[in-house]
Design a protein around this ligand. Structure first.
Ligand code: GDP
Ligand code: MG
Length: 596
């Protein structure tokens, strides 16, 4: 297809504002997917995605459209809808010339709308503003059209009104995409350059790489080079997805499609990387490439120790499909053999955990998530800490922690509550803007560690669910952080060590000691629980001794009953972990690790 007839676009929206539904309706209206094949959220393929109603992996679909006797080829590039995947979102946006900015006509602009809009503007995309769900009785299109118009600097009348549910206004929207978005520009005679915006592992075909061609062309059986690694592959197949894969004779300037080279690991086909031709390679890669950078770490342990090999195999398999997942073996006094795993964020962690449990039938314990700390020691050496129990004590000259730039949107009545919360989380106000008289945008710089510890839930509860949050990593800052260890009978329990701000150390120590006192059953002897910073004890609780005589419960001589009871006790023992001489049921660890 000549570039003049191509339009590449994506839909950006806050979660639940109807992106998937609108995408489905477009596929149906354009005949890409027949009505009887249509099932809700055709494009959200992974089970977890459909159940949670979120898009994790993006997809691209080629859509034909007739306008004024001319046939156009629209490529709709779906973007992942969660902050953990901001980088992937930015690469999907970079593959487009324009974005449909979709806003729920009953909700108005939310934090994710703004964050995505800012990303789209950074990529110089043409924005088409659209209000969705106008069929809802609660829709207030006039009010929110004005909000959007003020934000992007257009007239309220320019904001289209659609319903992804009924299909109203959707054809007009497609016409508008053709009319308003510029066609792609590129040099057809230059060496080939194509940007990877997604790569997915397929059991049968290996890695399927989605690309947007910028210059030149790519053709079947050519040798291609990944510019970040210089690795060479043969193009076994090239084609377009509509949305099933159809091989084609090649892809030219502005076109969007997929490549298959037979590689088995998505790490060999990285999002953001540039593909070029091995025979006639380009000099410079397309800008914006970054290696995935795990931001949040957690220990994953099988509940049943004998599942350890299964867990290892499962991680090896998941890794093929997830370039951002990292892990290495780890042992914990409390939890046994497991893995320290790195994730892009909390949702990524949850997804991986859920897939391990669901697809590989594993029962897992995960330790409290933590961020990565950079520590400079007095002698100038640097340590990267991904496990709090390894955080050094003494001789530390500086600790740096990651921070994020957060965008919070809420009705203005909650400004006070939000500021109070952010302050208690060591946040720094960067700015504040009113979107309308009664809705305000607050911009904060916050330590990522504070976001990881239940920030979103607290924000929701302090604003009766009205606030929305989005954030992006934003470098690091020096902070006064210490490690708090939790000791049972004088022995540190590694899984409970945490790195916290100095002012919060006592609170954390008291909270954990109190929690463990409730959770650990009494033993034959007294058990002290202590919280410590280095050698200094900052909190203490004691579990009093008890003489546990289970047989006393059985009166008289029913020997078989006694035996049963003893068997049962032995069973119970198996799931006990010994910390020194203290027996702790595994449930106590799990309960203590779960945040409330
Ligand atoms: P996404 O998170 O942006 O992909 O949103 P979805 O497409 O999953 O939609 C979220 C919810 O809004 C679902 O329950 C949809 O059925 C509903 N929804 C989406 N579009 C419309 C619409 O135009 N009208 C109405 N009434 N509901 C809609
Ligand atoms: Mg969706």
């Amino acid at each position: 297809t000549p570039p003049a007839q191509i339009r590449n676009f994506c839909i950006i929206a806050h979660i639940d504002h109807g992106k998937s539904t609108l995408a489905d309706r477009m596929l149906q209206i354009t005949g890409v997917v027949e009505a009887r094949q249509m099932r809700a959220q055709y494009l959200d393929r992974m089970d977890i995605e459909r159940e949670r109603g979120i898009t994790i992996k993006s997809q691209a679909v080629r859509i034909p459209w007739e306008q004024d006797g001319q046939t156009y080829c629209l490529n709709m590039i779906d973007t992942p809808g969660h902050v953990d995947f901001t980088y992937e979102v930015s690469r999907s946006l970079a593959a487009c010339e324009g974005a449909v900015l979709l806003v729920d006509a009953a909700q108005g602009i939310e934090a994710q709308t703004l964050a995505n809009l800012y990303l789209a503007m950074e990529n110089n995309l043409t924005i088409i503003p659209v209000l969705n769900k106008i069929d809802l009785p609660a829709a207030q299109p006039e009010k929110y059209a004005e909000e959007i118009a003020r934000l992007i600097g257009c007239e309220p009348e320019d904001v289209l009104q659609v319903s992804g549910k009924t299909g109203a206004g959707v054809e007009e929207l497609i016409d508008e995409i053709v009319a308003k978005l510029p066609p792609p520009v590129g040099d057809p005679d230059a060496p080939a350059r194509a940007m990877i915006f997604d790569s997915v592992y397929d059991n049968y075909r290996g890695v399927v790489t989605y690309v947007r061609v910028v210059d030149g062309d790519l053709n079947p059986r050519e040798k291609i080079v990944m510019m970040s690694t210089r690795a060479t592959h043969e193009l076994l197949e090239i084609g377009v997805s509509s949305p099933e894969m159809h091989p084609s004779k090649g892809l030219g300037v502005g076109e969007v499609g997929y490549l298959i080279t037979g590689v088995k690991d998505v790490r060999q086909s990285k999002v953001g990387d540039t593909v070029t031709n091995a025979g006639k390679p380009a000099d410079t890669a397309i800008g914006g490439y970054k290696d995935p950078n795990p931001m949040v770490f957690s220990g994953l342990y099988p509940l049943d120790g004998s599942d350890y090999p299964t867990l290892r195999d499962a991680l090896d398999k998941l890794k093929l499909n997830d370039a951002a997942l990292v892990y290495e073996p780890e042992t914990s006094v409390a939890l046994g053999f497991g893995f320290r795993c790195g994730f892009l964020g909390l949702l990524h962690l949850e997804i991986v955990r859920e897939r391990l449990e669901r697809e590989f039938n594993l029962d897992l314990i995960s330790t409290q998530p933590n961020v990565v700390y950079e520590v400079t020691m007095d002698d100038g050496s640097e340590i990267i800490v991904t496990n709090p129990s390894e955080f050094p004590y003494g001789k530390v000259s500086e600790v740096r922690e990651p921070v994020v730039k957060a965008t919070i949107l809420a009705p203005s009545e909650f400004i006070g509550a939000i500021m109070e919360l952010c302050q208690s989380k060591r946040g720094q106000l960067g700015g504040m803007d009113y979107l309308s008289e009664d809705r305000v945008e607050l911009r904060y710089t916050l330590p990522l560690a504070e976001i990881v510890f239940g920030f979103f839930d607290q924000l929701k509860s302090k604003t009766r669910g009205y606030a929305s949050l989005d954030y992006q990593e934003s470098g690091d800052q020096v902070a006064d952080l210490v490690k708090v260890d939790i000791l049972l009978q004088g022995e540190a329990v590694d899984a409970f060590s945490a790195v916290v701000h100095k002012d919060r150390a006592y609170a954390y120590g008291n909270m954990m000691a109190g929690k463990l006192k409730e959770l650990i059953p009494r033993q034959q002897f007294e058990v002290p629980i202590q919280a410590a910073i280095g050698a200094r004890i900052i909190a203490r609780e004691t579990i009093r001794a008890i003489r546990k005589d289970v047989l006393a419960k059985c009166y008289g001589g029913d020997i078989s009953r006694k035996r049963k009871l003893l068997e049962k006790q032995k069973e119970g023992k198996k799931r006990m972990k010994n910390i020194g001489t203290v027996e702790v049921p595994q449930e106590a660890f799990i309960a203590a690790l779960s945040s409330d």
